[in-house]
Design a protein around this ligand. Structure first.
Ligand code: ASP
Length: 304
């Protein structure tokens, strides 16, 4: 199997002035992940490294640069999964961590559990020696301004961020990566700061297995993004895998799952897919989706 990778930096109404920053961040993430695959590394290592690079990039709503909740705090969600044995780890509503995707992986590898949340996730992070970062290291000035703008509004609906219908203040995108390695193992990861002005303790689709991500070597790997309250209702990522399992190609599975999301719950969002044959695709019903991929021949493509 020739390794390949696809990454995304969110699906929403991405304003033109931040297109370049999104493309640059996605390209860097895809390059980082592909370098690992090209030197014989695992798809799990590749998706973790790709997502870490976007968690460090304040352009995205993950790690540094994440949206703030109603109390002005950063609460992060992430998941990582490998498709050989369906092992996964996830964290939700965790604070003071720059790399929730790595914490999710440590949950998978060093505990007998699959998911830790809030204070428990933070305590676990400290127990395994992960650096605890002060909130101002995750917070950007423009996120604080956005938060103040939203707080000052009479009406703000999370849905508007994805549709672009109410000219919300500029938002960031959730990040994700899906890769296949030389052994044919598919892995997927998703990381997010959630939606702007979310309630304290709100958890979206991203860290929920089968919703924000899924990986199964017998079908595909998927990372989803969009309005979590809709994506989780249709178990988005697993839905894509089901379509692939039933014989759909990566592109058809991606397109049909987004149509299903729209028809069933009027959902807004997008998915990236890598099927077991190394074919990748993406689809979205939002105005934009930031995506970069490197195919089996080493060819990079960046789109928004
Ligand atoms: N799905 C994420 C959430 O609802 C947000 C996003 O993908 O932009 O938390």
């Amino acid at each position: 199997m020739r390794p390949s990778i696809i990454v995304h930096g969110g699906a929403w109404d991405i304003p033109t002035e931040v297109h370049e920053a999104h493309k640059h961040g996605c390209r860097t993430a895809a390059e980082t992940g592909y370098a690992i695959l090209a030197s014989g590394g695992s798809s799990l290592d590749a998706v973790e490294a790709a997502v870490r690079s976007m968690e460090e990039d304040a352009t995205f709503d993950a790690g540094k640069g994440s949206h703030l909740n109603r109390e002005g705090e950063v609460e992060l969600d992430a998941i990582i999964m490998e498709g050989a044995e369906l092992r996964f780890g996830a964290v939700a509503a965790v604070q003071h961590v720059l790399h929730p995707v790595t914490l999710a992986r440590l949950v998978m590898e060093r505990t007998e559990h699959c998911m830790l949340v809030g204070e428990g996730a933070l305590r676990f992070a400290r127990s395994v020696g992960m650096e605890s970062v002060p909130v101002h290291d995750l917070l950007t000035e423009w996120e604080r301004e956005r938060w103040e703008q939203i707080r000052g509004r009479k009406r703000f609906e999370q849905r508007d961020v994805f549709a672009g219908s109410a000219a919300p203040p500029q938002c960031n995108g959730t990040v994700g990566a899906v890769a296949i390695d030389g052994n044919g193992t598919v892995s997927a990861a998703t990381s997010t700061g959630g939606t702007p002005n979310k309630m304290v303790g709100r958890v979206g689709d991203s860290p929920l297995v089968g919703c924000g991500a899924y990986a199964d070597n017998s079908s595909a790997g998927v990372s989803a993004t969009g309005l979590g309250e809709s994506l989780m209702k249709v178990v988005m990522a697993r839905h894509v895998c089901d379509l692939v399992e039933k014989g759909a190609g990566a592109q058809r599975a991606a397109d049909e799952s987004v149509s299903y999301l729209e028809q069933k719950v009027r959902g807004l969002g997008g998915v990236i897919v890598m099927d077991r044959g190394g074919e990748s695709a993406f689809s979205h019903n939002t105005p934009h989706m930031a995506v970069a991929s490197v195919d089996g021949k080493g060819k990079m493509r960046v789109r928004i």
